[in-house]
Every structure is written in structure tokens, then in C-alpha cells.
Design a protein around this ligand. Sequence first.
Ligand code: ADP
Length: 181
Amino acid sequence: MEKLVNGARMTLTQGDITLQEVDAIVNAANSELLSGGGVCGAIHSAGGESIARECAEIRKEMGDCPTGFAVITGGGRLKARSVIHAVGPIWRGGKQYEDELLASAYRQSLMLARDFGISSIAFPSISTGIYGFPIQRAAGIALKTIRSFLADAPGPVSEVRMVLFSPEDLKVYQEALAEMD
Ligand code: ADP
């Protein structure tokens, strides 16, 4: 499923983000920039140790990456040249600025991609696994944030792909995309 915005493509696909042939994949990272479970563990193990090394260097220089922000490393052994590590919010009931922080994690990732001359980027569903963000709500926020970035000032970014791990998650994102006017 796909939507054109300002000449750029927003696409939805089911699959494993570590296998995507794009310039950059996004990691649903934690503030410590450490490998853990979920998509983060999968990216670190597929990409190899250079990613953790670069993350450790960044953390030494700037400390923890705050929620809603993102940093970039190389892609190690991945097909993607770069990994953008975005820190989404932990769901705490919805009144702790979770919506804004999730939108920010997407926006900051896209701005980094633009600054680094990236033309294709793939996102997982940030925060909807271990961090517990309700996926319907997250899907609407993710897609609206991507659309508004592409409509405003996408620079070289010409494809933004959401990679959903399960058919059920894909369906949620497809419905959210279909509902967007
Ligand atoms: P968070 O801590 O931000 O919630 P998780 O890694 O727990 O991050 O989950 C984020 C989403 O990534 C979940 O929907 C999960 O099913 C999905 N996911 C896990 N592994 C992969 C993978 N290899 N490719 C794409 N998505 C994945």
C-alpha cells in the first residue's frame, strides 16, 4: 500500500526491517543506546558490533539520548548504509506527552535523514512493542508525522517505508493510512 505526498512515496509493508534495501533503517532504541530485545536486538545482531561501538561513542560524548530524539550510526553489515536510533516514549497512560514524544521521534529521524542526504528510509512501529504504546493510536501519529514532513520540506527524502512485523500490525497501519484524508 502506498500514498504519494508531494512526489514522495509513503509505503507500508510487512517484513523484517533488518532486510530492507533502503539507505537508512530506523531502530526503536532506548535512551542508553544499548542493544536489547525486540527490533533493537534484531538490528544489533544483524548489523554486527560496529553499531554498538558507535552507539557507545555517541553516548560517551552526549550522554543518554532523550526520549523523542534520534542519533545516527553506520549500518555495519546491514544492507542499509545507516541506522537512525530513535527513542520513542514508554506508554504511561497517555497523559505524559506520549503522543508528542512519539511524533517527535519520527520527525527527528526524518530530519536526520534529510541532513544526511538519505533518500529512502524504513521505520518499524516505534514504541508499540515492549514500550506498550497502543498501536492504532501510534499508527495515526506515525503516518501523519511522516506525511507532514514530506509535505513541508523533505529535501532528498523520497521514500518512507513503514515495515510492520506482523500481518495484524500491517492491517492496523493500512486502516490508518486509508482513513487519512
Ligand atoms: P519499543 O520498545 O519501541 O516498543 P520493540 O522492539 O519492542 O520497540 O517493538 C517495536 C515494534 O517492532 C513492534 O511492533 C515489534 O513487533 C516490531 N519488530 C520486532 N522485530 C522486528 C523486525 N525485525 N523488523 C520489524 N519490526 C520488528
